[in-house]
Design a protein around this ligand. Sequence first.
Ligand SMILES: NC(=O)c1ccc[n+]([C@@H]2O[C@H](COP(=O)([O-])OP(=O)(O)OC[C@H]3O[C@@H](n4cnc5c(N)ncnc54)[C@H](OP(=O)(O)O)[C@@H]3O)[C@@H](O)[C@H]2O)c1
Length: 212
Amino acid sequence: MGVMVASADGHAVVDGQAGGLSSPADRTLYRSLRTASDCCLVGPTTLVAESYSTLLDPHQRERRESLGLASEPLLATISRRLDPDLAGLEIFNTPGRPVLVYTESGGELPACTSDVELVRFAAGSLTPRACVEDLGSRGLATVLCEGGPSLLGAMFAAGLVDDLFLTVAPLLTGGDGIGIVESALFDPAVALELRSVGRAGGHLFLHYATKA
Ligand SMILES: NC(=O)c1ccc[n+]([C@@H]2O[C@H](COP(=O)([O-])OP(=O)(O)OC[C@H]3O[C@@H](n4cnc5c(N)ncnc54)[C@H](OP(=O)(O)O)[C@@H]3O)[C@@H](O)[C@H]2O)c1
């Protein structure tokens, strides 16, 4: 699954973050999708730009625990060069929180207090598919990709996204900001099937499935 919020002209960022596009209902959507997921896969640039701290609210953790699940989905990222800024994030400094970092680097992250596991790949072999396969081998089948646009683009290019939850904000950013998917041209284009449409205030909530 992928989840993104865009301006009405398709841009993914206002002032360097997605927050200016979001809304309380969009935040609720993100958190409900996370509650239902085994793993949140987020690009390193997004983790840093959005200063990731928590994934769920206490009542959502309780709901998962009551179902016999881990209290939170696992957080995973793919940082081939092992971005050292990750180690400064609150989500990397929460004792007991498991985090997977897929990397091609032989280095180490600066010290952080979450349970961070570095999963190392040989240079040139770390692909989104290899990561999703590794997650599957750990029993983590439901993966929610929260972007950013580069990672989500690579996931779509590899045919790894079956559902896209796209929120459209009532805002035009103009300019040449990044879109919700940044990648080489898809050839053929990825065909989507509209599954549902919702509305809360001025925001539209679109659920697409990718067509086989
Ligand atoms: N509107 C929204 O819903 C939304 C959602 C998320 C983010 N955002 C915004 O998007 C911006 C960040 O997006 P982004 O696209 O620049 O960054 P990103 O996708 O979060 O992270 C990009 C990094 O991912 C790593 N990566 C690993 N495998 C990759 C692959 N196969 N292809 C591409 N990258 C790969 C690369 O780092 P290595 O070189 O270390 O591998 C790359 O530099 C932020 O401003 C954030 O606020 C908006």
